[in-house]
Design a protein around this ligand. Structure first.
Ligand code: 8DG
Length: 276
């Protein structure tokens, strides 16, 4: 069963609670010091997406940090304040490019810059006076040689990811997420909406080498740790809609991730909140 973060907490009746009381079984873990004499709050899993066993290469739960039930809880744990004007916000885009019919996801192996050696979706930093949709369209062309109508990006805007770092307090990264679904030309069976592309048109550039993956086999162990949370949630949701043939509306989500010192190399989340 997939649990949404808001459904991940259960309340267990308890008569006597001391500050040091903790409950831990193979499936439960205490995540908050009990504040009420009536209840102990337990979390069922360390995060939602890691509980979807269909993904073959998940990051270990120890790398994914603490899942928060609300943005307030996340912000107070990380010391982040959304209205903190002193933070420098770096905006970028990221494209989830799928072929839903074939349960495929297009990723690129990053050859230089931020995340070198990792697989990621396509995208990059917003250039001056560019909208996120324009940036996503440009980056997909530059990095994978795919030309997709701007309208598809406007329709495919599915959320944001917010990243902060314990060792870089003044920086906040805001990533605008887009979902583009494509069909391969000559495919005989297309049940989902999407843009028709010629898969042979996809080309590597000096920054990324594109590669299709079966979406249960995406190399999460060679990706940013947060992908094991939000991307797995997103693909699981798409999969559920695919089976019901109700993919007219795309899943939407906003994620907040606070990283441990060491950045990209360490790839360790301390806290996160996923609003779905
Ligand atoms: N999946 C995932 N993607 C991330 C994370 N953090 C992060 O910046 N990204 C994405 C957003 C962008 O698509 C990309 C970073 O942009 P980039 O450094 O490649 O920007 P760019 O293409 O403008 O770079 P350049 O041409 O200036 O070298 O990585 C993360 O934690 N997970």
């Amino acid at each position: 069963m997939m649990l949404r973060p808001s459904e991940m907490f259960i309340k267990l009746p308890c008569r006597r609670i001391s500050q040091t009381y903790a409950v831990k079984t193979s499936r439960t873990k205490l995540v908050a010091a009990p504040t009420s004499r009536q209840y102990i709050i337990c979390r069922l899993f360390s995060n939602t997406s890691a509980s979807d066993d269909r993904f073959m290469y998940k990051q270990p739960p120890s790398r994914l940090g603490i899942c928060h039930p609300s943005l307030t809880s996340y912000l107070s744990a990380t010391g982040n304040n959304i209205t903190n004007d002193a933070k420098e916000v770096e905006s970028s885009t990221l494209i989830i490019l799928t072929n839903i019919n074939e349960r495929k996801l297009l990723l690129g192996k990053k050859l230089r810059g931020f995340g070198t050696g990792k697989y990621n979706g396509f995208g990059g930093r917003l250039e001056r006076e560019e909208t996120p949709a324009h940036c996503a369209k440009r980056e997909l062309m530059e990095e994978a040689n795919l030309s997709i109508d701007l309208d598809e990006f406007v329709i495919g805007s599915v959320g944001t990811l917010n990243f902060t770092f314990q060792d870089r307090e003044h920086i906040e990264m805001l990533v605008h997420l887009f979902h583009i679904n494509v069909h391969f030309r000559n495919a005989t069976h297309n049940t989902c909406k999407g843009t028709i592309i010629d898969p042979d048109a996809i080309r590597a550039c000096d920054e990324m080498i594109p590669e299709w993956f079966d979406w249960w086999e995406i190399p999460l162990h060679q990706m940013f740790a947060d992908d094991s949370i939000w991307l797995t949630y997103y693909l699981s949701s798409l999969d559920a809609r695919r089976d019901k043939r109700s993919h007219a509306s795309l899943p939407k989500m906003n994620g907040w991730f606070h990283f441990a010192p060491g950045g990209d190399g360490n790839n360790q989340i301390l806290h996160y909140f996923l609003d779905t």
